[in-house]
Design a protein around this ligand. Sequence first.
Ligand code: IFM
Length: 439
Amino acid sequence: MLPKRSDFPPGFLFGAATSAYQIEGHAFGGAGSTHWDTFAATPGNVVRAENGARACDHYHRWGEDLDLLQGGNFDVYRFSTSWARVMPEGRGAVNPEGLDFYDRLVDGMLERGLKPALTLYHWELPSPLADLGGWRNRDIAGWFGDFAQVVAARLGDRLWSAAPINEPWCVGWLSHFLGHHAPGMRDIRATARAMHHVLLAHGTAIGVLRSAGVKNLGAVCNFEYAQPADASPEAAAAARLYDAYYNRFFISGLFRGEYPAELMPAFAPHLPEGWQDDFATIRAPLDWFGLNYYTRKLIGPTGGPWPAHGEVEGPLPKTDMGWEIYPEGLHHFLHMARDYSGELPLFVTENGMAAPDRLAAGTVHDADRIAYLAAHLAACRRAIAEGVPLHGYFCWSLLDNYEWSLGYDKRFGLVHVDFETLRRTPKASYHALAAALQR
Ligand code: IFM
């Protein structure tokens, strides 16, 4: 059973989240090439080499999608701008059609009583910037600042909130060390640089947005609970290291101006020269902090080169991603975030599950998703009761969409999308939330 709106403190906000490349349809409206287009076009990277060319065709169906948010009784819509739609080359010329699209979208939210919560960058790096080294190149902080300036000038007066970059860990580690996401690199020097530059770009953009008068600025990081795979000291050390580069690197940089000590022996030699001096920019004051949370991992030692650890399959029920369902992890990270950010308002900016949803007789009975959301909302309520300043919760995601290297198979939506006809069908979870969130 989902808790009701009235079970949360007055003013607590409920939202749903999406991202540009995952839903818009990047073939439309003059958007430039991104590193996801070329990554997907390279065999072996993405299931069936699927890409975001059409996705959910949100570019043309945005009105219907905003109606769904309004009909679901949501307060806030967390969306993102595609850098390559706004600036097809990543620098220089602006695509007026792209900016017009986001302008209409923001006005459409306001007309429906939805608060626009912008993320500037959710992973579709313009290809010409990837050619220059992308996140490995320190200049990206300036390029990103210029992009932030363009978006702020056009949308800034109507945004409810803005965050520069979604999930720095994915931009850095997942994409440059594990190679699972574009640009598909597997190199420790590239990783260390990307992880640092993503924070430098974040801080630069916060400065630009603040000067442009944009209000309510935050950061969004993703967290995964790292549980030792067994009771050995080796497993404890392995989980602690995983926790350091996954869960503490970015939040520690943002709020304490330092990186976790246990990472430094392996990582420091690969960080760009003078990295310590960048914390003045990185620590730009924030108005809120957002946590994306889905699962836990059991971590044990493997031997071999650093970090010499790996995942062990866990015993808990799993989502369609193979991710264990572990709401206690969200409770843990809400407390951890408060330890770093003090009394800053916190938001769960993403939480949800992929399920093997089937459309039958016009409905999707996703009882598993309702149970997942209920368990995680209960973890939120517990943290609030313990004094954690949690101010809102966003479901991932409004729509079934492009799940990156897993293509269109993994359905995270509250609303089912038929990727042939693009027909939207609200699932049982959507209806349950709409009822729970009635004002
Ligand atoms: O789909 C992604 C999203 O782009 C970022 N956070 C996690 C989601 C599920 O994997």
